[in-house]
Design a protein around this ligand. Structure first.
Ligand SMILES: *Cc1c(COP(=O)(O)O)cnc(C)c1O
Ligand code: SF4
Length: 437
């Protein structure tokens, strides 16, 4: 019997020898023994799939490869694997080959908003920097399936250099998100080099790292890695727990090590049909996260990437979950539910409506219990008419000499007193074309 099968089976039965346990908790061993074929999954879980089913699954794998760490597979409940949230995130489903008309390879238009390969610059002050294209486990629901695991997208040192140059030459960028793939799949010294280079850019204030290793390969959080993270005082990490079952004792140790290295932790979940589309599961998840000092950051509506239709829920389900959290539990345990706008508009927050009505003096609001209340606005609120200029204003702006001033854009600009814009208008309005004749 091959080693992966043997050790994983023994791990599930909790009968590892000391030597086997040492190997099990070695992340390199986990990577070297990553499960990439269906037969091994069958052998480990003691299940038998029909030949017909295996043939279809094989087709799925030829389009979207599979990779599961022995650790993550060991979390599957073999008794009811078909309904298992870990299994569903890791094991292919033939429905991945069904591509609906409205699904897209790159729904967020990340390639279009890319000034140089590897960089997506969508928001004014921050960029997404893809520094790795491999992950410890290939999530079946991954938005970037088109890139992850694709040999053609491995960012070379040259590509990374060009990305760094772009950030160096773009002084408005104050926040850099290292993502991929999974940045923690890079060797320590290479990761240290990238972080060091980004950190040395004077206008970069914050570095964020998106990693799923605490979920699928918690042993990756080694002392040598945390020693690198400790060298910097501006790193934030976002991880990706989707189900309370994923917060195991090993995951907790990994999270603890990161917190002890001084890194603030956040979590981005994806709302997935059949995995976590349940108010009770979400409540449990956010509670376990904050108990381990991880702040729920975003709950994503599943993107319109190809082959993800079976994972997508209605938006109503997401709003229902948000309704079940706000007021019912600690405010800091509540993520922001967002839809990443198809076409590249960025993340748009979605939530229940709490403002019921509005008059000139009062706002009518409702709370989580259904209590309807009124808020009386001040009758003598003196607006700071910004047209007078910041020099004459008695609010304390306190910006440094020579520091470029923030200039509003978008809807925020419409609200500004010192701006002349009074509307935002789509290009090519039919009436404009008509009137131009
Ligand atoms: C999500 C994302 C960001 C970061 O957005 P925040 O709301 O600041 O977390 C930046 N760039 C791109 C392209 C993104 O998709
Ligand atoms: S870890 Fe992230 S990038 Fe990697 S496969 Fe999962 S969702 Fe995709």
């Amino acid at each position: 019997m091959n080693e992966t099968i043997m050790i994983t089976k023994k791990k599930i039965k909790k009968q590892l020898t000391e030597e086997e346990l040492r190997r099990w908790t070695d992340w390199q061993w986990q990577i070297a023994h990553t499960i990439k074929d269906i037969d091994t999954v069958e052998a480990i879980l003691d299940i038998t799939l029909s030949d017909e089913k295996k043939k279809h699954l094989q087709e799925t794998l030829s389009k979207f490869p599979m990779a599961i760490t022995p650790y993550y597979l060991s979390l599957v409940d073999r008794e009811s694997y078909e309904n298992d949230p870990v299994f569903k995130q890791a094991f292919p489903d033939t429905r991945e080959l069904e591509i609906a008309d409205w699904e897209m390879e790159d729904p967020l238009n990340e390639d279009h908003d890319s000034p140089v390969p590897g960089i997506t610059h969508r928001y004014p002050d921050r960029v997404l920097f893809l520094v790795s294209n491999v992950c410890a486990m290939y999530c079946r629901h991954c938005t970037r399936k088109r890139k992850v695991g694709d040999i053609d997208f491995i960012p070379s040192k040259d590509v990374i250099q060009k990305g760094l140059d772009y950030i160096r030459n773009t002084p408005t960028v104050r926040d850099v998100l290292l993502s991929g793939g999974d940045p923690f799949m890079l060797p320590d010294d290479y990761l240290d080099w990238i972080i060091g280079e980004v950190n040395a850019i004077p206008h970069v204030e914050v570095i964020r790292i998106g990693t799923r290793t605490p979920v699928v390969l918690p042993f990756r959080i080694t002392e040598s890695l945390t020693n690198i993270l400790k060298k910097y005082d501006n790193i934030w990490i976002n991880t990706h727990f989707n189900h309370p079952r994923e917060i195991t004792s090993s995951a907790k140790i990994a999270l603890r090590k990161l917190v002890m290295a001084g890194v603030p932790l956040g979590n981005q979940s994806v709302l997935l049909s059949g995995v976590n589309d349940c108010t009770r599961i979400m409540r449990k998840l956010v509670h376990k996260l904050v108990a381990n000092r991880v702040r729920p950051y975003y709950l994503y509506q599943c993107d319109l990437s190809e082959g993800l239709e079976h994972f997508r829920t209605s938006v109503g389900k997401g709003i229902e979950i948000m309704e079940s959290l706000r007021g019912h539990t600690s405010g800091f345990a509540i993520p922001t539910y967002v839809i990443d706008a198809p076409g590249g508009g960025g993340k748009i927050p979605v939530m229940p409506s709490y403002v019921i009505s509005w008059g000139s003096n009062k706002v009518i609001l409702r709370n989580y219990e259904g209590v309807i209340t009124t808020y009386r606005m001040p009758s003598n609120y003196s607006e700071y008419l910004c047209r007078n200029g910041c020099e004459k204003c008695d609010l304390n702006l306190n910006i440094k000499e020579g520091e470029p001033e923030f200039s509003p854009s978008g809807v925020s600009k419409l609200l500004g007193d010192f701006e002349d814009d009074i509307y935002l208008k789509p290009e090519n309005l039919e009436r404009d074309e008509r009137n131009a004749k």
